[in-house]
Design a protein around this ligand. Sequence first.
Ligand code: FAD
Length: 368
Amino acid sequence: VVTRVDVYDSVVIGAGQAGLSASYHLDRLGIRHVVLDAEPRPGGAWQHRWDSLTMRDVHGVADLPDGPAPGRSTDRANRAVPHWFGTYETQHGLPVLRPVRVRTVTAGGDLLEVRSDAGTWLTRTLVNATGTWTRPFVPHYPGAETFGGEQLHTHDYPGPGHFRGRRVLVVGGGASAVQFLGELGPITDTLWVTRREPVWRDDFDENSGREAVAQVLDRVTAGLPPASVVSVTGLALRPQEQAAAQLGVYDRRRPMFSRIEPGGVRWDDGARGPGQPAFEPVDSILWATGFRPAVTHLAPLHLRSEHGGIPLLPGTADVQTAVTAARDPRVQLVGYGPSASTIGGNRAGRAAALAVRRQVTRETVRPA
Ligand code: FAD
């Protein structure tokens, strides 16, 4: 374990889309920094996506700054994106160190101390780009521990073949649930439950995208936990989901159950809906219930508001996204809230680098 005695102008935590974009822009601004990434290899969360997700199935991967993304193809996303990130890191000479998992970030005087299993870094500013993949979220339902079948989360989706011959309950109203049902529906018996009635939209365009991001932006500047993007964009079926749709897979949807039992799930009388059975036997429960921001290592900085989210300062006129932590402007959060997409991560990377420059310059010109 090493303690770095030199002080960096910035430390970026995470080398996914958002972290790489931030590092690229920091480099262009001549800001001395290092990128610490927990993975043994390049690729951010993409290296963990399931094998059946191809570059044709992804919703769209935006270019990195000065680094065009791989196109639509039948290549596996968990190979194509990591390969692209790896090449990008090398071509641009980005200072990525791995594997380095950051455990805590603390504030001591003017400096931030970034502690990891591989050493401690001192820095004037921090760009947090840790994504969400390491924090899968499963809501609590009574009886979950008594279930005799298997429970899996999106994080561990093993591909459709694994579920052949099983009755699968898919939980969640987001894009992953829609995608899983598209793959599973044609080969096995599925049932879908969601907390809210899904909102289907096939008129989603750039303008609606901007509106959706603006809604999430409002939430984080108010200090609320970021909403899932789908809760503001709505869902759409793509050609690869049509076979399942024709089989009525998306129509066999029910509201959330009340509890889990050893052989399946049960609805209380008020919850089950007219004419619906009170109990459904299932072999597998697939929780497509999303992820939470991976920010527990920032807890010692006390960045959260009483509403549970990390409030961000509104963006400036030239950078219309929010990245700066309201409670400590030395800390930038990229890939968080309004920037939790590949396109948002890029934009946030630039905004973070500019904010870091403002912080570092301010410090340098401060009278002794
Ligand atoms: P990540 O890619 O998750 O990178 C974060 C990095 O930080 C990882 O390498 C991680 O190991 C590292 N890290 C985490 N904690 C620590 C720590 N404590 N110390 C050190 N390193 C750490 N968005 C799109 O725009 N298009 C899509 O098609 C799309 N598909 C998606 C599919 C799924 C199943 C999911 C879950 C999300 C999808 N998204 C998509 C959203 C996606 O999360 C973002 O677009 C983007 O990949 C996130 O990039 P990121 O840089 O914020 O995080």
